[in-house]
Design a protein around this ligand. Structure first.
Ligand code: UD1
Length: 343
């Protein structure tokens, strides 16, 4: 292990966002330790990180809900900073299995925060979500936009976890936290060695698109074209996963350098641009030269009509902004799906 490098613990590092963040941190000169229970992820992602970076990244199969096992990881590695991705993320499933969602998402973060505070490992980045804003009254949303009461257990766990980090930083001033509120992460690493790997039938748009293009799914359903938007479909701020990963590097740099303006900070991680579902589908077809079989269906319950962010605070304070185009992101998403399917 290179003693000269700053180490970062990545809880949930075998997942979609965690694996891309591991690559970005290593490329920025950090050493990473990946912890994951592999319940919703796969060792292939860790292998992908190793192949992309050429670094034999340490991996520990640990469930962050098991505090003793997580404490052993603290014994073994001298990291000062950690990023928490180890959470469930499906809105629909959270309504069916609220206890599992509260247990997994909150306990894993609680254990991590307790251990960090106890042991003086003081820099934490928490994976939050635009979901904390609910259906905002104003667009674009800024970090000052009030959070709305959560409409599902998944969203509520994100709010509880943000509050947990914030409260801990007040009581323990040496401990510092940042919540990154992601808008809609899409795409894959340009190597096609890591990407989004949903278990079962995808519920998110881009994996459903790529699986439909690959012939794994017969037809993409577009959930509603009668929304009050220019083309009637919902609008999202789709952000490239590699851009998103780099935001974590910027946030870690800031905490390590002590440049944070307060013990707890929040940033929107987004492009600042809204794109409709239909625009995204058409861009995918055009960029990849494929025809997608799709049909319009009724609205999906719980969907927010339109959501995009003002991302200027992250630019101003983290020195970060999204740089990839939607076109290159959708090309990478398709390259990844083709590699997974052997097409
Ligand atoms: C969803 C979650 C959000 C979570 C995020 C995690 C819901 C309501 N929201 O965001 O809380 O943080 O995933 O990644 O589940 N669409 C289709 N056809 C499909 C799939 C989606 O038309 O097969 C549409 C949806 O109606 C929506 C848009 O595409 O308008 C984006 O959907 P999705 O990718 O699921 O993301 P979000 O709903 O933004």
């Amino acid at each position: 292990m290179d003693k000269g490098k700053e180490q970062v613990l990545i809880c949930g590092g075998a997942g979609y966002i965690g694996s891309h963040t591991a690559v970005a941190l290593i490329e920025a000169g950090y050493e990473v330790v990946i912890v994951d229970n592999l319940s919703r992820s796969s060792l292939d992602m860790v292998e992908g990180v190793r192949r992309i970076t050429g670094v034999e990244v340490p991996f520990e199969r640990v469930d962050c809900c098991d505090k003793d096992a997580l404490a052993e990881v603290f014994e073994r590695y001298p990291f000062r900073s950690a990023i928490h991705f180890a959470a469930y993320k499906s809105v629909g499933e959270s309504i069916e299995k609220p206890i599992e969602y509260y247990h997994n998402n909150v306990t894993s973060l609680l254990n991590l925060v307790e251990l960090m505070v106890e042991r003086g490992r003081n820099n934490l980045i928490f994976s939050s979500s635009a979901t904390v804003y609910g259906e905002s009254d104003t667009l674009p949303v800024t970090e000052e936009t009030p959070r709305k009461e959560a409409t599902n257990p998944y969203g509520h766990t994100k709010q509880i976890c943000e509050d947990l980090v914030s409260d801990a930083t007040v009581a323990h001033p040496q401990f510092r936290g940042v919540s990154l509120r992601y808008f809609k992460p899409i795409g894959a690493h340009p190597s096609a060695l890591i990407g989004e790997m949903p278990i079962g039938v995808p519920t998110n748009l881009v994996p459903y698109i790529t699986q439909t293009a690959a012939g794994v799914r017969e037809c993409l359903s577009i959930f509603g074209n009668d929304y009050p938007t220019p083309d009637g479909t919902c609008i999202r701020d789709f952000i490239d996963i590699n851009d998103l990963a780099e935001a974590h590097v910027a946030a870690i740099d800031r905490l390590i350098a002590g440049r944070n303006r307060s013990g707890y900070e929040v940033y929107n991680i987004a492009t600042g641009r809204g794109t409709s579902v239909l625009q995204l589908v058409e861009t995918f077809e055009r960029e990849n030269g494929v025809r997608l079989n799709y049909r319009v269906e009724k609205r999906r319950e719980g969907d927010v009509v339109a959501m995009w962010a003002d991302a200027t605070l992250a630019h101003k304070e983290l020195g970060w902004k999204a740089t990839r185009t939607l076109e290159e992101t959708l090309r990478a998403a398709w390259a990844w799906e083709k590699r997974v399917r052997g097409i």
